[in-house]
Design a protein around this ligand. Structure first.
Ligand SMILES: Cc1ncc(COP(=O)(O)O)c(C=O)c1O
Length: 398
């Protein structure tokens, strides 16, 4: 009766099951995985979007002035121009509104690209460790997700291993996905890695998908000036970003694909993306608020950055906890002592201490047992969570 593109079992895993039981029992949980900025106690921004219905945020209907529906496949030009202004002022990056496609969230952008680039059974290369959502999105579009490993360099940052990556390319590979900075490791791509990726994709006639949703959150230990992905002429390239992380407004459901590459390929991609986007026309009225929302990017990002830095400092000061270095993004990886199992550790922490942390295997950490925590949590919760971890874990790792 149902499609085989869905997971064979939709049953919850032991961790999610225990969490649901705890919640149903009304347990007071400390959530070190909280990554939803709307639940993290931020004050930004004073826009109608931030106000729940009935709280007086909207002077009139949010749809006022938008009664005549004139949809465009690429998204409203005024919104695309506002995004270009943002790139110019915040990064001195010049992009063309003609090369932007708006989508209802970055997940949808992936889905559009998989439809654009693949036939059923084709492969896309995804990083391991990596964010588990990408596998699901690929499979929902009948694409086979394949992994390429990231390797830690001498300083503990995660880098591309080009010889391994090259070996993963098969006759069915259609695209390579990179995340810049990566989720959850937080490592940015270097300019050199970006250049080599472009060449690799060009040589193998692959598309390059660069996810930049966390780009604006560099950490103190990261590169002084991370290099934004340039959708330039080497390979067909799609750079993804959106309000969910850029402005901490996931409820806006506004993201975009920035299209680049050799002109002929880009033209072919543009007309087909137009066809796909036109079939859904999923971006709603929020696009008409894009300029207004982007005007508030500085305070929103500043507030988020302060939270990340403050929780990062608390983690650095927490004796007994060894975190891997982070260049950017919203997450931190904590190493477990040798011989420890991440899943049983997370189950025990939840069962005994009502503490929610994610096991590394959720993110496909292949070689080591780690915990993944979000730096977005309210500070008091984060500190309490660290204390519980300190009590729970044995002697510090060297
Ligand atoms: C790296 C990365 N890309 C894309 C997404 C999806 O973002 P959106 O909320 O815009 O769909 C996420 C969600 O957390 C993410 O971590």
């Amino acid at each position: 009766m149902f499609s085989s593109r869905l997971p064979r079992s939709l049953e919850a895993n032991p961790f999610t099951t225990l969490l649901a039981e705890k919640r149903a029992a009304g347990a007071m949980l400390i959530d070190l995985t909280l990554a939803n900025p709307t639940q993290a106690g931020f004050a930004y921004p004073a826009t109608p979007l931030a106000q729940p219905p009935g709280h007086g945020g909207c002077p009139s209907s949010p749809l006022a002035g938008q009664q005549i529906y004139r949809p465009t496949a690429q998204g409203a030009l005024e919104a695309r121009e506002a995004i270009c202004r943002f790139y110019r002022t915040s990064r001195q990056q010049l992009i063309d509104p003609d090369n932007l496609f708006l989508t209802a969230g970055t997940s949808e952008a992936y889905s559009f690209l998989f439809k654009l680039l693949t036939n059923p059974g084709d492969e896309v290369l995804l990083p391991a460790p990596g964010y588990p959502l990408f596998d699901l999105l690929a499979e929902l579009d009948l694409v086979t997700p394949c992994r390429y490993p990231l390797r830690r360099d001498g300083q503990g940052f995660w880098r591309l291993d080009f010889s391994h990556l090259r070996r993963q390319i098969s006759r069915r590979t259609r695209a390579i996905v990179v995340v810049h900075p990566h989720n959850p490791t937080g490592s940015y791509l270097s300019e050199e890695e970006m250049r080599r990726l472009g060449q690799l994709c060009r040589d193998h006639q692959l598309a390059l998908i660069i996810d930049e949703v966390f780009f604006d959150y560099p950490a103190a230990g990261g590169p002084a000036n991370p290099v934004p992905a340039v959708a330039e002429n080497t390979a067909l390239t799609f750079v993804l970003n959106g309000f969910s992380k850029l402005l901490g407004l996931p409820q806006a459901k506004l993201s975009w694909i920035h299209l680049g590459g050799p002109p002929a390929l880009r033209a072919g991609a543009r007309e087909r993306l137009e066809f796909i986007a036109d079939s859904y026309l999923s971006v709603g009225t929020v696009q008409h608020q894009a300029a207004e929302l982007l005007a508030g990017y500085r305070p929103a990002q500043e507030e988020i950055r302060q939270r990340l830095a403050s929780n990062d400092a608390a983690l650095a000061a927490a004796t007994g906890l060894k975190a891997l270095p982070r260049e950017g993004g919203w997450y931190r990886i904590i190493q477990l002592p040798p011989g420890w199992d991440d899943e049983s550790c997370c189950l025990e922490l939840l069962k005994r201490h009502n503490l929610i942390v994610h096991p590394g295997f959720f993110y496909d950490f292949l070689d080591e047992a780690v915990l993944v925590v979000s730096l977005l949590c309210p500070e008091a919760d984060f500190r309490r969570g660290l204390e519980l971890l300190q009590e729970f874990l044995p002697a510090p790792l060297q």
